[in-house]
Design a protein around this ligand. Structure first.
Ligand code: TNX
Length: 539
């Protein structure tokens, strides 16, 4: 294309403007870097540190810190092309990046960290490796968004100088992924772990079984996966994790300071098991599409037949039978095998929507599960209905639906994980035009997801009974990573902030601008997020 003289005159301001905006200087104030979750305190000294090819990472701490240093080097290598060396050192170097586990660090929260940036040195200190890992996540957001791009970038890697002192408000900052309604592969789960850990989330709860699929290998009951894992909602091919793959996920999560919580949903949501072993079926009737039948036929005893596999999305119609001792043998085997390969301290027994289980049977089940989980040295977690049983302070209750059950749980001494469906369910559609998601609890736009506090959500329950937040992503309507990301983002960063940042000083009007600017980082990571009209996205 050729330009005449006049068009050059017209184009001149456009050219100048685009040169200016391409080279928009990195704000030299870390407080203007749109950090999510928002740190406790940020102060600026108005200069910058530049990451260069010869910048070294020095570590002062355990072998675990060495792997945190390697993680940092690797995270920065793709976009910068630098191969940042990781070396051990007892003394703070004069320049470079210095990671130090410092038990005398005056930050009394074990997950807290201090990140100080001068023109020559970046120092991250914390009483734990986890805290250093969180400091690194903050550092990633202090760099230009290009740092997250999947290929080499030609830019200056400037970081504003100043000091960030930061620690979480709540110890439990989680998300849940339902791999039962639709199966997600090891690689998918790892990507979700990576993305969640970027926002300092430390819990990944895996919903491993439901009516539509059994997703974890149980060696003493092999049909659970070979048959019970063979399909999914809509009739797809299903899938399952071998025990080895599950262990591999746990090990990966550990490098991101994420604890995996396994959930086997009992005594309802159990059709995949009833379809795999006839002796477990005590009269469950599989509903016709679109109909729910929480009616259970009489138990046929030794003549029991397996149910049909189920690919619909109705809930509350299947159950184990308390009269059948095999129900407990089965439960013991499953809990024993999974506990043996789960280093984390928790086991989630589900316990929700057992509409086909008689109330007294439900209570018997939960009370017996409590003993089984305890015998396997795990802490039992259950959805809020478990408050009806004999629970106590050794058991954790996950509030999703009933404030009355949450109150009962607290009265019995149980601590709460907050996952109220109307606010925290990642599978709720954003609005009535959303193609993905359900809306039985609410439509949850990005503002609604953000505008609430853990400590005031149920008026009668104060923060000392609350462990933190978990945002569940049920998978009835999603079957691949793009769809998963569309529902999880950008709500998940907001939930992470609700769990991490102080309540005072949080507000939607300020957050939406920060989120709008942060969108560049999500784009650089290739996240397929929902571009809510309520957020001023910066392109
Ligand atoms: C309720 S939340 C369920 C799940 C569904 C979800 C869909 C809970 C404990 N039970 O079985 O997948 O709604 O939003």
């Amino acid at each position: 294309m050729r330009f005449g003289k006049t068009s050059i005159i017209y184009l001149f301001p456009v050219i100048i403007l685009s040169i200016i905006s391409c080279n928009a200087p990195t704000p030299l104030d870390p407080a203007q870097k749109n950090l999510i979750p928002k740190p406790v305190s940020v102060s600026s000294t108005g200069k910058s540190f530049t990451l260069k090819a010869d910048t070294k990472i020095y570590i002062n701490g355990s072998t675990m810190l060495k792997s945190v240093g390697d993680y940092l080097s690797e995270k920065f290598s793709t976009a910068t092309g630098f191969d940042l060396l990781v070396e051990s050192g007892d003394q703070a170097p004069a320049s470079g990046i210095y990671l130090i586990v410092d038990s005398t660090s005056n930050n009394h929260n074990p997950e807290g960290y201090e990140l100080s940036v001068s023109e020559d040195l970046i120092k991250i200190s914390s009483p734990t490796e986890a805290g250093i890992f969180y400091g690194i996540q903050t550092l990633r957001q202090l760099l230009p968004p290009e740092i997250e791009m999947p290929g080499l970038q030609n830019t200056e890697w400037k970081i504003p100088t100043g000091t960030i002192v930061d620690y979480p408000a709540y110890a439990w900052r989680g998300t849940m992924l339902d791999v039962a309604r639709h199966f997600f592969s090891v690689e998918d789960v790892k990507r979700y772990i990576d993305l969640a850990s970027y926002y300092k989330i430390n819990i990944m709860h895996l919903h491993l079984s439901d009516d539509q699929g059994w997703r974890i290998e149980i060696k003493s009951w092999p049909n659970l996966t070979t048959h019970g894992g063979s399909t999914a909602v809509g009739g797809g091919k299903g899938g399952f994790f071998t025990q080895e793959q599950y262990i591999n996920i746990i090990e990966y999560a550990k490098t991101r300071f994420i604890t995996i919580i396994p959930e086997i949903d009992l005594p309802g949501h159990i059709n995949a098991a009833l379809a795999s072993y006839g002796e477990l079926n005590g009269g469950t009737i599989v509903p016709e599409e679109g109909k729910v039948t929480p009616v259970v036929a009489p138990d046929l005893g030794s003549k029991s037949r397996p149910t049909k596999l189920y690919t619909g999305i109705a809930v509350g119609w299947s159950t184990l039978r308390v009269e059948k001792e095999v129900s407990f043998r089965f439960t013991e085997d499953v809990i024993r095998e999974i506990s043996a390969i789960t280093p984390g301290p928790y086991f989630h027994i589900g316990g929700d929507e057992a509409a086909a289980t008689k109330k007294e049977d439900y209570i018997t089940f939960i009370n017996r599960f409590k003993g089984i989980v305890k015998n396997n040295n795990k802490i039992m977690i259950g959805w809020d209905e478990i408050a009806q049983a004999a629970i106590d302070s050794s058991i954790i209750t996950q509030h999703w639906s009933s404030a009355k059950h949450a109150e009962m749980a607290v009265e019995k001494g149980s601590k709460l994980i907050m996952s109220p469906a109307k606010k925290a369910y990642l599978d709720m559609s954003y609005d009535s035009t959303s193609k993905l998601g359900l809306h039985w609890a609410a439509y949850i736009e990005v503002d609604s997801a953000y505008k609430w506090n853990l400590s005031t959500h149920i008026k009668s329950i104060d923060r000392f009974s609350i462990l933190g937040i978990e945002a569940p992503l049920w998978s009835e309507t999603i079957s691949n990573m793009d769809e998963l990301e569309y529902l999880a983002f950008p709500r998940l960063p907001g939930y992470a902030e609700i769990g991490w940042s102080p309540e005072t000083g949080r507000g939607w009007d300020e957050y939406k601008v920060r989120l709008g600017n942060h969108g560049q980082y999500m784009r650089a990571m290739g996240i397929d997020f929902y571009r809510s009209k309520l957020v001023p996205w910066r392109d």
